[in-house]
Design a protein around this ligand. Structure first.
Ligand SMILES: O=P(O)(O)OC[C@H]1O[C@H](OP(=O)(O)OP(=O)(O)O)[C@H](O)[C@@H]1O
Ligand SMILES: Nc1nc2[nH]cnc2c(=O)[nH]1
Length: 182
């Protein structure tokens, strides 16, 4: 995708959740996570790449001691249909005996987060909680329900706030969907 194509896609897209709604949701989620984990010294793990914006903005709202690290698993690449999960990087910080909070941008079919959770439990994590900024209303029987959910999104390919559209626009502060898929 080149600059022109990326700009055209954004111009044609529909806002699903505004930046204001995103910020209010971050505040609410941080309060929920604080209530559950503020005394546990959790290990917060960002699922790269899409989780980076949500996780970064969430972290600045978590006012209690925690460790931070990341892992990288992907199954979409630049495509809009998921494939086989590809593990790129495991967390460097040992998870054995830890309460872990996994942070990702979207729960779509749930395959990625279910695989991440299973792998962390296999590595000996005491408890694995999951936080997703958006949960797609796709009517699918997901293998996992997130412990903390920000906003729901319709069953369309969405982008912005960490999520890419053909590689572009992870940097948007709001959530969009391509108009032609409405
Ligand atoms: O619930 P699922 O259907 O498994 O989809 C959710 C996953 O898809 C996206 O990652 P993607 O594979 O696109 O990689 P990315 O984070 O690098 O964009 C997103 O960041 C989630 O990790
Ligand atoms: N950008 C993006 N990535 C996803 N990964 C799983 N579902 C989606 C989606 O709707 N948009």
């Amino acid at each position: 995708m080149n600059t022109q194509q990326a700009r055209a896609m954004l111009a044609d897209a529909e806002v699903i959740h505004s930046a204001e709604a995103v910020n209010a949701t971050l505040d609410r989620m941080a309060a929920e996570i604080r209530d559950r984990l503020s005394e546990s010294y959790p290990l917060v793990l960002c699922v790269m790449t899409g989780g980076v914006v949500f996780c970064g903005q969430l972290l600045t709202r978590l006012d209690f001691p925690l460790d931070f690290d990341y892992l990288h698993a992907t199954r979409y690449g630049p495509e809009t249909q998921g494939g086989k999960i590809s593990w790129r990087t495991a967390p460097w910080t040992p998870v054995k005996g830890r309460k872990v909070l996994v942070v990702d941008d979207i729960l779509d079919e749930g395959v990625t987060l279910a695989a991440v959770k299973e792998s962390l439990l296999r590595l000996g994590a005491e408890e694995v909680l999951t936080a997703v900024f958006s949960d797609k209303l796709n009517g699918k029987n997901k293998p996992l329900a997130a412990d903390f959910v920000g906003l729901t999104v319709p069953d369309r390919f969405v982008f912005g706030f960490g999520m890419d559209a053909g590689g572009a626009w992870r940097n948007l502060p709001a959530i969009y969907a391509k108009k032609d898929e409405a």
